[in-house]
Design a protein around this ligand. Structure first.
Ligand SMILES: [Zn+2]
Length: 570
């Protein structure tokens, strides 16, 4: 019987995708540098990813395998060592007599693995699963093997003369962590730190280097776990690598720098928040992992003030229309959307989402992942969702005209549509829609409400200090003191509980826009954004800034934090 790899190579050459000679060259490269054969073929410019994928899915007849809904016998997993599983993105799924079913992300890797000693005596029966699913399965089924001690790994891998090349423009889309084993030692060390954070569910990591010692402290379930390592010399390359990954200035050592960055770890995109603080002996890095959506909160548990939570819980009164959640990236919009969906969910309602990526699984809701790379955009997703006759549609984000056009059309044809928009305030969302090309009368007939939100740093409860703010300052800042006679505010001091930052955790604030007749008229008349915002405030909208001052009055955050993250009052 013809082997799978012979069939593959016959298909690749018959389709004139690449010659036998080119295939041979690519295989040799793979032996030398590792990695996926598809990637190498693309890198060598023999063929494009799309061409490869098209030919493989059409002609190969390999089954798509859903790893997520399949339990693998741990005894079978043991057949393949972890390093092979990771290197080639494979995981064995079942075994019968001499044949082994193998889920693979790249079927072309069959060439590399069929001759490995681990597979001797097995007839390999490949099935294809998405890269991310395989990554997750590997982490799920190899936990004991993977529990590498970061201490050991760091000691063997860090060299004091490592030179880091600045990587430009990687901050918004840092490449996924490379699991092929090709990276430089310092890259590997940084990856291990990030992985360790994700795996141990650490909320923070503090990295300090001084006097030939690298000190890493992880905060896990509120407690600090310390790793202290000896280095061959003072080594700043770890900090340089972290700065380059996150897009911070590598050469600046005497300023406070902060940024969010995203990178692929253990098969999913993870957001990190990095803060670099200059200290006497060098720099100190605090990495934070924003809270994952593990349990979808109820609306009342989102942390908003009562008035905002109250308006949110009224969205369920609508059976059609468009409701938007706004704010810059990383302000918790998805969590709010999920909480809203949870409040709307009931057995008699058909709820479908289109998301990129699906951040958490919601019970009783059909969630679809958008894949813009292959043309399955949000707009295309809504089109296919409408065929399922849903009552409620959640669209991850409105970012272009096609998406907003489909969202508005759905909202006007009997569907309740929830989505998010990247604007600073609730009022500016209306004008963003106009800028995107939505006619004012369509906005008026479809939009039912808008919430804009922020996450402010929460004061550390162990060290915050009260102070009285000068009356003139409260007046200048237009802080509504709600007739409190002796208003107290709090400042960040710093203690071991908060790594001396003064803050720990986040507090959510919101402004919620409900449309009055007057506001609808202003939209129709294409009035200025300022006039519209004034009308919204007169109509009772509490602004983000005021919501922030209220949180500061409650001792949850500082005035500085409110001023930094909210817009001035109009
Ligand atoms: Zn503290």
């Amino acid at each position: 019987m013809i082997s799978f790899s012979d069939r593959l190579s016959a298909i690749l050459t018959a389709q004139k995708l690449l010659t036998r000679d080119q295939l041979g060259q690519a295989l040799k490269w793979q032996v030398d540098i590792g990695g996926n054969l598809s990637d190498i073929i693309v890198a060598l410019k023999f063929a494009g990813h799309k061409q490869l994928a098209a030919v493989l899915s059409k002609d190969l007849g390999v089954t798509l395998f859903d790893l997520k809904h399949f339990e693998i016998d741990p005894g079978i997993v043991k057949i393949i060592p972890l390093n092979i599983a990771r290197r080639y993105q494979i995981i064995p799924t079942s075994k019968s007599a001499d044949s082994l079913s193998l889920a693979m992300a790249d079927p072309l890797n069959i060439f590399a693995i069929e001759n490995l000693p681990e597979f001797r005596g097995f007839k390999i029966n490949p099935v294809i699963s998405p890269f991310h699913d395989i990554q997750q399965a590997i982490e799920l089924y190899y936990p004991a093997v993977f529990k590498a001690n970061i201490n050991d790994l760091l000691e063997e891998s860090i060299s004091p003369v490592e030179i880091i090349k600045p990587e430009k423009n990687l901050f918004s889309s840092s490449p996924d962590i490379d699991y092929s084993g090709r990276e430089a030692p310092v890259v590997k060390a940084v990856n291990l730190i990030l992985e360790e954070m994700v795996k141990t569910n650490a909320s923070e990591a503090l990295i300090e280097i001084s006097d030939k010692r690298l000190r890493i402290r992880f905060r896990i379930s509120g407690l600090l776990k310390e790793q202290e390592l000896s280095l061959n010399g003072p080594d700043a390359s770890i900090i340089a690598r972290l700065k380059s990954m996150s897009g911070l200035e590598i050469t600046k050592h005497d300023v406070y720098q902060q940024k969010r960055f995203k990178t692929g770890i253990l098969g999913r995109q993870v957001d990190f928040n990095i803060t670099v603080l200059p200290v006497a002996f060098g720099e100190r890095v605090v990495l934070r992992l924003p809270d994952k959506i593990q349990v979808v909160p109820d609306i009342k548990d989102l942390g908003f003030a009562d008035y905002a939570a109250g308006i949110l819980s009224q969205v369920s009164r609508f059976s059609s229309g468009l409701f938007l959640v706004c704010g810059p990236g990383g302000t918790g919009k998805t969590t709010t959307l999920y909480a809203l969906l949870k409040s709307l969910s009931s057995p008699d309602k058909n709820i479908v989402t289109i998301e990129n990526p699906v951040e958490a699984r919601l019970g009783g809701i059909n969630q679809v992942a958008a894949e813009p790379d292959i043309g399955f955009t949000f707009a295309a997703g809504i089109r296919s969702i409408l065929l399922q006759d849903p009552n409620i549609i959640m669209v991850g984000e409105i970012g272009d005209y096609d998406t907003v056009d489909m969202a508005v059309k759905s909202a006007l044809t009997g569907h309740l549509v929830l989505s998010s928009l990247d604007t600073d305030t609730a009022t500016s969302a209306v004008f963003k829609l106009i800028d995107m090309g939505v006619a004012p009368y369509l906005i008026n007939s479809s939009l039912i409400g808008i919430i804009a939100q922020r996450l402010l740093r929460k004061l550390c409860p162990h060290c915050k200090e009260a102070y009285v703010l000068n009356k003139k300052v409260t007046e200048d800042l237009k802080i509504n003191l709600h007739d409190i006679v002796e208003p107290k505010f709090y400042k960040a001091k710093g203690c071991p509980h908060c790594f001396n930052t003064g803050y720990s955790g986040k507090v959510a604030i919101a402004e919620v826009l409900q449309f009055s007749q007057k506001m609808r008229e202003l939209i129709s008349a294409l009035a200025s954004e300022q006039a519209f915002r004034q009308a919204a405030c007169l109509g009772g909208m509490q602004t983000l800034r005021q919501a922030g001052f209220d949180a500061a009055l409650k001792g949850q955050t500082t005035i500085e934090e409110v001023l930094r993250l909210t817009e001035p009052e109009v």
